[in-house]
Design a protein around this ligand. Structure first.
Ligand code: HEM
Ligand SMILES: [Cu+2]
Length: 623
């Protein structure tokens, strides 16, 4: 019988018990759902910003938005899609699935986990409050100093960039430490590192990437914050600063950031392919080490974003070589995915469509990346629409398709219902056609010299056709998202109920109910193999054949119905108690940051909340 001690509910809890239960939850599954729904709302926001960009550029001399608004649109679009969509969607899967995959009851630090989510939400709202304040962040997603210095950026637009991203960075770092400790310490008995599902590996590697990349960004932004608020001159060229310093610091973070975005979807694809090919992942150890190699090499390529800055032939050649080197482990993964499909008995589920879509489109993005790695070629392509095409083949056609594969794969686990497969395939084909109609023509526009970030262009440049085509494509993508939303909402209400194991799964999450009970697993047998659920199923079939009685037999650990790990059989289970203090600490942090833009009184109130929250957190009973 599971025990949780409800926290002092107080007035709010008595009036709004449901709201209170979400504000105080420390359950990794619920935190996963919070991340997922919040990120999807921002996907819609970032998508609308992209549609406005495309409407402005659909025809020459566009008059849909003013130049300043256009700058804000592509800046906020990119920041939203990167920090408020792809990263938190991955965090949604980290939270919901990883403890289940390793056979744990929760993450190592449940309250810290809740804190990560509330700080993420606070940072996202602070960043988007810039629209409400009339000074949306408009400095481009990589915000090159000294353009972000006064007097060039004299409104609060750059301040919202600095403070919003600083707060979001805290959320990512807290979560990364949590998952690193969880994966290293809370695995089920017998689950050695090379028995871990690939998605657990990519979560671990992504956590390390975050831990070694975000602090560089935190420092870079803190220096800019000091320049803007306290008159220092870290990036003020007129006072002797190096104008390239920011670029180095930003891309030392920025390039690993793109692997923080792509490794989790790669991990999802490595989970989906074997399940629907009904064949173990081809070359499991190679996929593990290729992921680690990508992460490691990812720290040695940053200056490929600066080939046109004038670092000199030696630096350019070194970074060209290291960038090309990354293509090797990436290629290894692609061939292992294809190797998994070859000879498999393929089941054409929507999750598989998105996984194969990911592979095919990521190859296009990867190839244009290799083209950029050659400095003379990059001198032609940098800052043109060719780069915008590359960004979207890796981050939309790659990352987002991979994340959708995860949504279709694990939706039954977290909702207890199956998504409709027919609507799912319609969603896939509209996305697939839409993205190629939107982003492929951008290669041509780039080669024909169209710069990125221009808010309009005159007629007669030869860019009319492909801009119109790209805009039409963007609306096809929008239609595909509406189809997905219709599928998700109708399936949540009326969808086919899902069993514990609707896909004949290989890993532990399918050995508990859909959705899982709050305690995840009543008990955890010893893990003797990779793809342990397939192993247990084979064992059970073998014993059934041996006994010929068809009676239930025991598998290691002695449970009666060995593959049902959800049903309690008298176990007493301790669960972490809900807590309001993570929410209070997050509120304190965002108020402290907001005070920089409003009044330092707000910052003082924020610090008071922060300290009160930490005090309450430190002294609340453990449960
Ligand atoms: C939903 C479909 C999407 C559409 C239609 C779209 C469209 C665009 C367009 C037209 C631009 C170019 C702005 C310009 O320079 O003129 C742009 C910029 C950008 N987009 Fe997207 N995008 C989409 C999704 C995404 C996703 C999922 C990501 C990342 C995860 C992303 C990241 C970026 C970045 C980093 C830039 C560069 C912004 C800058 O120059 O500062 N986009 N997008
Ligand atoms: Cu890069």
């Amino acid at each position: 019988m599971a025990t949780t001690v409800p926290p002092e509910t107080g007035a709010l809890g008595r009036v709004y018990p449901v709201l209170w239960s979400w504000l105080t939850t420390v359950d990794h599954k619920r935190i996963g759902i919070l991340y997922g729904t919040t990120a999807f709302v921002f996907f819609l926001v970032g998508g609308i910003e992209a549609l406005l960009i495309r409407l402005q550029l659909a025809v020459p001399d566009g008059k849909v938005v003013a130049p300043d608004t256009f700058n804000a649109l592509f800046t906020m679009h990119a920041l939203t899609m990167i920090f408020l969509v792809v990263m938190p969607l991955a965090a949604a899967f980290f939270n919901y699935v990883v403890p289940l995959l390793i056979g744990a009851r929760d993450v190592a630090f449940p309250r810290l986990n809740a804190l990560s989510y509330w700080i993420f939400l606070a940072g996202a709202l602070l960043l988007n409050a810039s629209w409400v304040a009339g000074t949306p962040a408009d400095v481009g997603w990589f915000a090159y100093a000294p353009l972000t210095e006064r007097p060039y950026a004299n409104t609060h637009s750059a301040d919202f960039y600095v403070l919003g991203l600083q707060v979001l960075g805290v959320a990512s770092l807290a979560a990364a430490f949590n998952f690193m400790v969880t994966i290293v310490n809370l695995r089920a008995p017998g689950m050695s590192l090379l028995r871990m599902p690939i998605f657990v590996w990519t979560t671990l590697i992504t956590s390390f990437l975050i831990i070694f990349a975000f602090p560089v960004f935190t420092i870079a932004v803190t220096l800019l914050l000091f320049d803007r608020f306290f008159g220092t001159s870290f990036y003020v060229v007129a006072r002797g600063a190096d104008p390239v310093l920011w670029q180095h610091l930003f891309w030392i973070f920025g390039h690993p950031e793109v692997y923080i975005l792509i490794l989790p979807p790669m991990g999802i694809v490595s989970e989906v392919l074997p399940t629907f090919a009904r064949k173990p992942l081809f070359g499991y150890p190679f996929v593990v080490f290729a992921s680690a190699a990508i992460a490691f090499l990812g720290y040695g390529v940053w200056a490929h974003h600066m080939f046109a800055v004038g670092l000199g032939p030696v630096a350019n050649s070194v970074f060209a070589a290291t960038t090309m080197l990354i293509a090797v482990p990436t290629g290894v993964k692609v061939f292992n995915w294809i190797g998994t499909l070859i000879g498999g008995s393929i089941r054409m589920a929507t999750a598989l469509y998105f996984a194969v879509g990911f592979i095919s489109m990521f190859i296009i993005g990867g190839l244009s990346g290799v083209m950029h790695a050659v400095p003379p070629v990059d001198w032609q392509q940098t800052d043109t629409y060719f780069v915008v095409a590359h960004i979207h083949y890796v981050l939309f056609a790659g990352a987002v398709l991979g994340l959708f594969a995860g949504i279709y794969y694990w939706f039954p686990k977290f909702s207890g219902r199956l998504l409709d497969e027919r609507l799912g395939k319609l969603h896939f084909w509209l996305t697939f056609v839409g993205l190629n109609v939107t982003f492929f023509p951008m290669h041509f526009l780039g080669v024909e010299g169209m710069p990125r970030r221009i808010y309009t262009y005159p007629a007669g440049m030869g860019w009319e056709l492909w801009n119109l085509v790209a805009t039409i494509g963007a609306f096809v993508i929008a239609l595909s998202v509406l189809v997905f939303l219709a599928n998700a909402f109708t399936s949540l209400r009326y969808g086919q109920r899902a069993s514990a194991d609707p896909w004949d799964g290989r890993t532990l999450e399918w050995a508990t109910s859909s959705p899982p009970p709050p305690y995840n697993f009543a008990r955890m047998p010893h893990i003797e193999a990779r793809d342990v659920l397939w192993h247990w199923k084979r064992e059970r079939a073998r014993r059934a054949r041996e006994t010929k009685a068809g009676e239930h037999t025991r598998i290691a650990g002695g449970a009666v119905d060995e593959l049902d790990l959800a049903t309690l059989r008298g176990e007493r289970i301790h669960l972490p108690r809900p807590s309001i203090f993570p929410f209070i600490v997050a509120l304190g942090i965002v108020l402290a940051a907001t005070g920089f833009i409003t009044s330092y009184v707000i910052s003082a109130i924020g610090v008071a909340y922060l300290l009160a929250g930490l005090y309450g957190w430190a002294f609340e009973p453990a449960g």
